[in-house]
Design a protein around this ligand. Sequence first.
Ligand code: RB5
Length: 150
Amino acid sequence: MKIGIANDHTAVEMKKEVTAYLESLGHEVVNFGTDSTESTDYPIWGEKVANAVASGEVEKGIAICGTGLGISLACNKVHGIRAAVCSEPYTAKYGRLHNDCNILCFGARVIGIEMAKMMLDAFLTTEFEGGRHQRRVDEIMDIERRNSGK
Ligand code: RB5
């Protein structure tokens, strides 16, 4: 799978470890930065990976900041994005199964690489279930359409 990854200064090392893991599984990883540990603003990087997912340049995205929260808020401002902040694999799995999330976010200051790997496995191998969940996801996307341009 072609996967985009982005992070702020808190998560450069985590991004490298995640990238190595994903590549070891045979995925192609596109790096949207940052590769610097100098203080930066997470919305810059969240928007980059979110745009790549929304345009179809990459199939899924991974976005990492200190908590995972700030970068997820930025990602979710891009139309078509459903970014999930997770700290364990159950939410990562159900974020795909029920919510059709297309970006996995987490905090480099919250979880370690082994937990990240478990969440990545759950997120990347779980298909959206559809059915009644499709209706609910459509309702979320309707909110986005109704509120665009405001
Ligand atoms: C940076 O200090 C930190 O605020 C950022 O990485 C993130 O946790 C924000 O949500």
